[in-house]
Design a binder for this molecule. Structure first.
Ligand SMILES: [Zn+2]
Length: 86
């Protein structure tokens, strides 16, 4: 088990969890599941250790792996501010 230490933002001890992380590779959104991370139960800050970070960048460079991965669809919405009628 890796000791993630404390959250840099609120100094709460980080908890080890496997989480989903998303990355934009050019114009493609790639989601990686089961990423071992330290998560702050207080503010939600997430950190990965150097080894995990390196492994992630290796995965993201593997275009064959990405090409044959299953895909999911995600909602796409526009940022719109409702303007009140004057
Ligand atoms: Zn925190």
């Amino acid at each position: 088990m890796y000791n993630y230490g404390e959250c840099e933002i609120c100094n709460t001890p980080l908890e080890e969890r496997n989480i989903q992380q998303d990355f934009w590779i050019k114009d493609k959104l790639v989601v990686i599941e089961n990423v071992p991370s330290g998560v702050c139960p207080q503010c939600g800050e997430k950190v990965v250790n150097a080894e995990v970070g390196e492994h992630i960048s290796g995965l993201l460079k593997d275009s064959k792996l990405i090409d044959k991965a299953p895909t999911i669809s995600v909602p796409l919405i526009k940022y719109e501010v409702e303007t009140e009628a004057l």
